[in-house]
Design a protein around this ligand. Structure first.
Ligand SMILES: [Zn+2]
Length: 192
């Protein structure tokens, strides 16, 4: 997580009239993060607090359209792997060939966990966009042992509701979920 000094320094550059792009290049901070600080600069300091899914009364993620988009990215090109101390890393492989995907992916991750930092790692033909959180398995209960494409993926009823209301999205490009075959994306009534 970026400290307040860093946040203020980046915003000061923006208020001087600099573009998000140039501030991002100079500071190494993503445009999505700087944009989110324009809305709210203070971190929520809620890293120990539950996510909407693990509260006493579970609810949907706060930004359902962005969540629907991130769910599609996770199911098609993402993975969740356990790290230390109950923290999981979500990684989404964003193909270089799809302009805007990396930024859209980062914005969607930040909408789900606004106070976590997102990192980008360049790999062959794609950028791996990653973020650590204890709550990825709550937000993506499809996480489990084995490779995603080798097992049946069933959406939970609350996820189906979101996807029904926001059919995959916030990004104008073709949605990666369309690449999944029907047997991979199964109906929950047929078991998990
Ligand atoms: Zn949670």
């Amino acid at each position: 997580m970026y400290d307040m000094d860093t946040r203020k320094r980046a915003l000061a550059l923006v208020t001087q009239g600099r573009s998000l792009n140039s501030v991002s290049k100079e500071t190494g901070i993503s445009r999505a993060a700087i944009r989110s600080w324009l809305v709210r600069i203070e971190p929520l300091m809620n890293t120990g607090l539950p996510c909407p899914r693990c509260r006493d009364a579970p609810g949907p993620p706060e930004e359902p359209a962005a969540y629907a988009y991130l769910l599609g990215l996770y199911l098609s090109d993402g993975c969740i792997s356990p790290n230390r101390k109950g923290v999981y890393i979500l990684r989404i492989a964003c193909a270089d060939a799809w302009p805007g995907l990396i930024d859209a992916c980062e914005a969607a991750i930040l909408s789900a966990r606004p106070d976590n930092s997102v990192c980008r790692v360049q790999a062959q033909g794609h950028v791996s966009v990653g973020c650590s959180s204890k709550h990825w398995p709550c937000l993506f209960p499809q996480h489990g042992p084995g490779k995603k494409h080798e097992r049946t993926i069933a959406l939970e009823p609350w996820q189906q509701e979101i996807v029904g209301a926001h059919p995959w999205g916030v990004h104008p490009g073709p949605h990666p979920l369309r690449r999944l075959s029907h047997h991979q994306l199964d109906h929950p009534s047929r078991g998990r």
